[in-house]
Structures are given as C-alpha cells and as structure tokens.
Design a protein around this ligand. Structure first.
Ligand code: RB5
Length: 142
C-alpha cells in the first residue's frame, strides 16, 4: 500500500501520481486533500506519515507547493525518513542510502514527467544496507 497526501499546492500532481500508480497496479490510499481549496500542509504531512509509521502503508508520498513544508511535517513523526527530491538522482540516493520510507515532491516546482521518473526510481531502488544501515538506525532513534 502506498499512502498519498497533499495540500492544495500539491493536489494536481498528487492526482496525476495516484492515477499513474493505480494504472500500474499499486494499491494506493489517498488521505487528502480532496480539492484545491486552501488547506494547511502540516495536517496532511502528519496524516500520511502516521499511516506509514503505523505500517498501514509501506511507503508514503506527500506533495505541497514546494515539497518543503510537507516534508518537514512528515519528518516530525517518529520512524519517518521523508526525502524531498527534485531529481532522479536524489530519488535513487534517498532509497539506496537513506532507505527513505516517504518521498516529498513540490507540485509547483517539479513538472509531471520528471515527478513520474522520480517516483519510479524511488519505488524501484533497493536500500543498499551495509554502512548505511547503521546511519539509518541512528536516525531512527533520534
Ligand atoms: C501553500 O501556499 C504553500 O506554502 C505550500 O504548499 C508549501 O509550498 C509549503 O512549504
């Protein structure tokens, strides 16, 4: 299960990503927002992060206008490693080195085709483990 959430600034891109993932056969839960009406990104970042932390979803994708606010919100939840990615290379490293269980995107800064590539890379890259395991463990006990 992949949990998705956005504020109004990320709404449009979230819908695109949701449709794409569903078409590819992923099970997806959309935790809102459900319209482009102005809402507060901390509410949605937290909601999605809690779903992942509770293991109701394996991974989460959060989107606000820049991706910054909603990633900050998600990272306040224990056990969450949310990576704001603006390139395919960042998405690869977020999975390989940081074992990021959440991805954040900026709906107003990252266009759809690049966002799709970022999502694909993040979902399809394995955590490397090894020396990174120790570092991720240190993150998780902060
Ligand atoms: C909302 O206007 C905007 O501030 C929000 O989507 C996000 O970019 C915050 O970090």
């Amino acid at each position: 299960m992949i949990a998705l959430a956005s504020d109004h600034g990320g709404f449009e891109l979230k819908v695109e990503i949701k449709n794409k993932l569903e078409k590819e056969g992923y099970e997806v839960v959309d935790l809102g927002a459900y319209t482009e009406e102005s809402v507060d990104y901390p509410v949605y970042g937290k909601k999605c992060a809690e779903e992942v932390a509770a293991k109701k979803a394996e991974k989460g994708i959060v989107i606000c206008g820049s991706g910054i606010g909603i990633s900050i919100a998600a990272n306040k939840v224990k056990g969450i490693r949310c990576a704001l990615c603006t390139s395919v290379e960042m998405a690869e490293l977020a999975a390989k080195h940081n074992n990021a269980n959440m991805l954040a995107l900026g709906g107003r800064l990252t266009e759809k085709d690049l966002a799709f590539k970022i999502v694909d890379k993040w979902l399809n890259t394995e955590f490397e483990g090894g020396r990174h395991e120790r570092r991720v463990k240190l993150l998780d006990c902060m």
